[in-house]
Design a protein around this ligand. Structure first.
Ligand code: SF4
Length: 310
């Protein structure tokens, strides 16, 4: 990344230390050193069925994030406040440990701010697809460095209205950057492909989380996707799992301090069915439950006892 970090659309130009103790004030919005900081690595069963399959996605949750979503359900790690620092070599070991446990793929959650180390960890093909799981606020030049190393992109498209993006995530150009990013992702993967085992081999799955009170914005996201992709190009995943988390309370962001209503969900589902989008998922009503959120306690990050330490 050079001396100053411009890896993501924030373009902080921050001098991030190679290594850092948590609690230090690390420059840059993502708030983490250059070395990867991992909060949890394990089999994860709550991605889309074409990714989780029956044995789970091999998920690596990175700490730190370039957005500041007020409703973040992973607030403890997105602000860089927890996790274990690892080398690229240990990261690659983790991939093989997860594959040894049956992981269908390696699912890298918010890897962008650790791009250099993650790219090193991906030198040499893995025997399973690699998933780049992201909030959608991605820089095209950084994504281009991953070409050929990522088989599946799993980006959010959180907002169409940049005023909402600014209020809830602290960025003024989310729509433009997310739009560029999904186009670049699709350029790299081409149309999605599902193998005979029912699992995604390559492609892009665009996720959108319906927020309470913001049906109109969700419908604009649906229209954007429908206008830019034809059936068979990408999959679209409409999520209704929203629960008030993070900074959302009666006093701060009170409009978000409730779940999505059934009526709101039915309106966006109708818009989706009415659109030209034919491939993807609706999330069922039981999805908004706190037990689906993993515990970020460093599970699976440190080398097992007896294994060679790097
Ligand atoms: S990766 Fe972090 S430091 Fe670098 S530009 Fe993005 S938010 Fe800023």
């Amino acid at each position: 990344m050079g001396e100053f970090c411009d890896l993501c659309p924030r373009r902080c130009h921050a001098r991030r230390p190679v290594s850092g103790t948590f609690g230090e004030k690390i420059p840059g919005v993502c708030g983490v050193p250059q070395n990867p900081v991992v909060a949890r690595a394990g089999l994860h069963f709550w991605e889309e069925p074409v990714i989780s399959g029956t044995r789970g996605a091999g998920t690596v949750f990175f700490s730190g994030c370039n957005l500041r979503c007020v409703f973040c359900q992973n607030y403890g790690i997105s602000t860089g406040g927890s996790g274990i620092e690892v080398t690229p070599e240990r990261l690659r070991e983790i991939y093989f440990e997860l594959i040894g446990r049956g992981a269908h793929n390696i699912d890298l959650v918010t890897p962008q701010h650790f791009s250099d180390a993650v790219l090193t960890s991906l030198e040499g093909e893995l025997p399973v697809p690699v998933v780049y799981n992201t909030n959608g606020y991605d820089a095209v030049d950084t994504l281009q460095r991953f070409e050929g190393k990522i088989q599946i992109y799993l980006p959010d498209f959180k907002y169409f209205d940049n005023a909402l993006a600014f209020r809830y995530s602290g960025v003024k150009d989310y729509r433009e950057r997310a739009a560029e990013a999904v186009m670049e992702m699709f350029r790299q993967t081409g149309p999605y492909e599902i193998g005979p085992d029912g699992l995604l081999k390559k492609g892009v799955v665009i996720r959108h989380l319906l927020l309470p009170g913001h049906v109109a914005d969700t419908i604009q996201v649906i229209h954007f996707v429908a206008e830019h992709f034809k059936p068979g190009d990408i999959m679209f995943s409409l999520m209704r799992q929203y629960m008030p988390f993070g900074r959302v309370s009666e006093t701060e962001f009170p409009e978000l301090n409730r779940r999505v209503t059934y009526r709101e969900y039915c309106r966006v589902k109708a818009a989706l069915l009415d659109s030209s989008i034919t491939d993807g998922y609706f999330q069922g009503g039981g999805a908004s439950r706190a037990e689906f959120i993993p515990v970020f306690d460093g599970t699976g990050v440190e080398a097992p006892q007896g294994a060679a330490q790097i």
